[in-house]
Design a protein around this ligand. Sequence first.
Ligand SMILES: [Zn+2]
Length: 220
Amino acid sequence: MIAATPGARQLGDDHGYDNRGLLKLFNTVNNRYFDGRIQAEIRWEIPVGSVAVFTGVDRHPLSADSPIHPVFDQACEALARNDSQGALPLLIQCADAGHKDAHLLLNHLLLRLGDTRWPLYVKRYNRHSDSHQAVPAACYYPESRVIAIHPYVHERKAPQFVLKYLLFHECCHQLIESDSSNPHPPAFMEWEHSAPARTRALEWLAKEGFPTLPLTADEH
Ligand SMILES: [Zn+2]
């Protein structure tokens, strides 16, 4: 996670948070993996901002040669000549097959026609596109060179390999420039992938409910 402005809530040693321990870990990571090149201030602090986490039902994209595409074209033609009743079964067929645009059009049409199936299809559509905003476990603020680690990571007694992974990830943000619209470009991921105990750390974070980078199938 990368963000532009540091947050205000900082937790120091007086709250029982081990800032010195965290700093020591940072120094270890910095020296071992980055030749001590990273200059940052490390804090237990709730990261500012949030990231979108997809929680919907996985929808496999339709293949380009799916027979559903011509059906959708027919439905659009029917709609163009105001033939709602003709378009309706075609759109239902497309929506049931997972055609996203057809599903949206169908929702509008059902509503307009006062069709009792409208709530059902809206619910189904929402289930496929659900997401929520979540606060990340750690964050790097390039302007102030601050690495913030979420205090909840401390509350959950994160093992050292998790803290090391988070520090490693945020160090990569200082090393490789990126912006919030694409915080993890390929050059970043190349470095990030060599983080120690990466898979185990991501699994721990996911288990604790933090949004994480996706693990590919062979990393599980
Ligand atoms: Zn990041």
